[in-house]
Design a protein around this ligand. Sequence first.
Ligand SMILES: [Fe+2]
Length: 257
Amino acid sequence: MLSARIAVRPLSGAGGAEISGVDVARTLDAATVSVIRAALNEHCVVFFRDQDLDVERHKAFARCFGEIFVHPLLREANADPEVVMVRREPGDVSYFGEAWHADTTMCDEPPLGTILYGIEVPPYGGDTLFANQYLAYETLSDGMKKMLSGLGAVHSHGETRSIHPVVRTNPETGRKMLFVNEFHAKEFVGMTEAESRPLLKFLFEHGNRPEFTFRFRWRKGSIAFWDNRSTKHIALGDTGPFHRLMRRIQIRGDRPA
Ligand SMILES: [Fe+2]
């Protein structure tokens, strides 16, 4: 039975919604899962506060939405291949997620979503910014939309490469989104990197326009669950003297179309 207390509260005009009235560590019924899934489709990222999730409950929550995705490049590095610990120490100059990106899009079937849980969170700093790629697509001119339709882009990381459509459709809602990100998209199919660069640069910057973005301020016990298809995100590097520790579990996705 659906909890009578569940509420979905939008956080900004561009996206993001906080869901309250759900204890994520408990076994969730189908009605609750379907409210969360619908909110994810509508708001692109859902947030939960004051949750107490050990690794097994974190996995169980992820499995409500699909199978757990195993990162091909981190498989060897982690004790548990289904879990990535994201750590930041005082004085770190380089860190995980420091440029706008969507996660792991060099794979043929990039993750549908990512569930990040705050274990150790600084008193301030280390916020995550998100950008809504439905809005990015919908605000392009008709001429640009026409040019991009049918165009593919090469996404890569290390030796792993995949080709994805530049405009992707959410199969659950039929809504179209821009699907290129700074970290992985290197060139358009059939064009050189130099030829691709100016238009890719435009699309990257357009996708990050302030009016498409929203920002999440972490607390210990917070969860951000983002739709990795319809958003890009960036981790801010302003944690200064503080430690930050998060646990990440990803959900398997389909082949973008
Ligand atoms: Fe990321």
